[in-house]
Design a protein around this ligand. Sequence first.
Ligand code: FES
Ligand code: FES
Length: 145
Amino acid sequence: MRLTLNGAVTDVEAAPGRRLLDVLREECGLTGTKEGCGEGECGACTVLMNGQLVVSCLVPFAQAEGAEIRTIEGVGDHALQQHFMSEAGAQCGICTPGMVMTASTLSRDATLEDIRIALAGNLCRCTGYEAIYRAIQRARAATSA
Ligand code: FES
Ligand code: FES
């Protein structure tokens, strides 16, 4: 099956009914995308599919045919990733790739409220969220300066 994966046209052999999450991790070697709940509730497995955020644990691989998929390995928002580190926005790290994927879709002038709403589907059991919000705000401020 052919798809565009982080900007590169890629052929991947996998059963159409497998979860996109598993195909990305096991067939494509893109282990940055994490599994949290496996039931569409935590956002850890978030990727971009044709520019839209999706939870890859609920996407059958068949739906990815011809799609443009972007994972944490291809997000390319280094300010965001650096501020997650410097603000301690990542602890165990399971939620972090999904958080970064969601945050990467926010506009430069996103308010704290915009950030909270956008991340409502991304759960974190470690940080209490404040460090995550701060990391995103600092990254946005750095890239709009
Ligand atoms: S692992 Fe996909 S939403 Fe939790
Ligand atoms: S850093 Fe552990 S779940 Fe968010």
